[in-house]
Design a protein around this ligand. Structure first.
Ligand code: PCA
Length: 120
């Protein structure tokens, strides 16, 4: 089962964090360079972008198949809003199989934000 990297509303203290109930927190993490965050209003979207030098911060969680299926439904994977896909993290998670929710719709006109999304 892949681990799950969350960078937005699913993080601790954020508005959808209750959906992480029953999953196991493994620690804060950062992607390798090559990912960028965008502000989509009430939530962020992350995409792969080779030109990015910095990466994105978030948290790593362990999840079972049922939890991943539940989160996929919440994140609109079947509707093409996000895609759950492998993500490259830095140490100590660099050698692990980790998935994340990459934003799957156009980002035209959306502002790029820094390396970390926060709710406020
Ligand atoms: N929820 C997922 C993807 C973006 C969002 O707000 C997350 O926290 O990683």
């Amino acid at each position: 089962m892949p681990l799950l990297f969350v960078y937005g509303t699913l993080k601790r203290g954020c508005k959808n964090h209750h959906l992480m109930n029953g999953l196991g927190y493994l620690g804060e993490a950062r992607t390798a360079p090559g990912y960028r965050l965008y502000d989509l209003g009430d939530f962020p979207g992350m995409i792969a972008d080779e030109a990015d030098p910095a990466g994105v911060t978030g948290e790593v969680w362990s999840a079972d198949a049922a939890a991943l299926a539940r989160l996929d439904a919440f994140e609109g994977v079947a509707d093409g809003l996000y895609q759950r896909a492998p993500v490259k993290l830095l140490a100590p998670f660099a050698d692990q199989q980790v998935h994340t929710y990459l934003y799957a719709r156009p980002l035209t006109g959306r502002p790029a934000i820094g390396q970390t999304w926060s709710e406020l």
